[in-house]
Design a protein around this ligand. Structure first.
Ligand code: DP6
Length: 333
């Protein structure tokens, strides 16, 4: 099954004609508390397991997409023109290709991302999620969010979770065409929940998450146990969220991230995103926790850590990690 088949199914002929010249949208960044790690279909970014994330409120991407009279697309990120042969530009153009009704049709994308790009946050997730909503506006498709999440997934898997604020679950689905692999808002809020970004390195990562997860699936002897781990973690995490049991919530999120990294470590060749400072920081978190501070971490495909704690502990957390950037995902703005 090709991406273009999914587009045909979802859009039919809706995208052939538009009177609009541009569309704009915002999408928040998201952090997975139970990770997406491994695909059952590489072309369609269909995951092996479901996953669960929290969106980062007003931190994310504002995107405007316009139709332009030009011989090629134009991409601007944070007021900077991006050369079209860069990795991010290639991925965006390949995504736009899915929606061109003819080869003469060209787009300008103007994106402003207000999260620290160096913080190891998946900026591609919010970029694709904002872009698909901007395209929906431009072409007046009027698709619902569930279907938009299916389209965003074609750009980057984790992007399908950036269509909503709050806690979001991405259902793995079973169908070959992925029509049952969409994200959905969970009906819970947690106003006191804080996410702290601890930037350990802003250097480009040695291997992309896309490549790393594929290598893990193909070569790690521990990957077999990952789906079972996710099944339990998802259940417990949802219970913890529903009952606002912070220690349960934090410990499952931390354990899930560590299990994902353990699966990478046993890939061949091994993949280790951790730096000595990452490990030092983990020890500091565990020490503080043993002393009574309820603080946990999660980590994605990079050396930086994202701390999880409650509003009541902000001052203590700031004292321990003065360089931390704090986000309150449920704070109304
Ligand atoms: C570790 O969504 O970036 O952040 O689907 O290949 O674009 P592609 O991968 P991507 O992977 C994210 C991996 C992760 C975990 C997560 O966000 O669930």
């Amino acid at each position: 099954m090709k991406k273009s088949d999914v587009i045909k199914t979802l859009l039919n002929h809706r995208y052939v004609y538009t009177e609009n010249t541009s569309g704009s949208a915002f999408a928040p960044a998201n952090i997975a508390l139970c990770k997406y790690w491994g695909k059952r279909d590489i072309e369609l970014n269909l995951p092996v397991t479901s996953s669960l994330s929290v969106s980062l409120g007003e931190k994310g991407a504002h995107t405007t997409v316009s139709l332009i009279n030009a011989s090629e697309d134009k991409i601007r990120i944070n007021e900077e023109d991006i050369t079209l042969d860069t990795q991010i530009a290639k991925r965006l153009i390949e995504f736009l290709d899915l929606f061109r009704s003819n080869t003469e049709m060209h787009f300008a994308i103007d994106t402003k991302i207000n999260i620290p790009m160096s913080a190891g946050l998946a900026s591609s997730a919010c970029s694709f999620a904002a872009l698909i909503q901007a395209l929906d506006q431009l072409f007046s498709w009027q698709l619902d969010r569930i279907n938009l999440s299916i389209l965003a997934r074609l750009g980057s898997g984790s992007a399908c979770r950036s269509l909503w604020d709050g806690f979001v679950k991405w259902h793995a689905g079973k169908e070959e065409d992925g029509m049952d692999s969409f994200a959905e808002l969970l009906p819970y809020e947690w106003p006191h929940l804080c996410v702290g970004l601890l930037v350990i390195s802003d250097q480009p990562k040695p291997i992309s998450s896309r490549e790393a997860m594929q290598k893990t699936v193909n070569t790690s002897c521990y990957y077999k146990s990952w789906p079972e781990k996710v099944k339990t973690d998802l259940e417990v995490l949802q219970e913890a969220i529903a009952s606002r049991d912070f220690d349960l919530f934090g410990s499952v999120a931390e354990s899930n991230a560590l299990a994902m990294h353990a699966s990478m470590l046993t890939a061949n060749p091994p993949i280790l995103y951790w730096l000595p400072e990452t490990v030092a920081m983990m020890h500091q978190i565990w020490k503080k926790r043993a002393e009574g501070l309820p603080i946990y971490f999660t980590q994605d495909a990079g050396p930086n850590l994202k701390l999880l704690f409650l509003k009541t502990d902000i001052e203590q957390v700031k004292k321990t990690f003065p360089e931390i950037k704090i986000i309150m995902p449920f704070e109304k703005h």
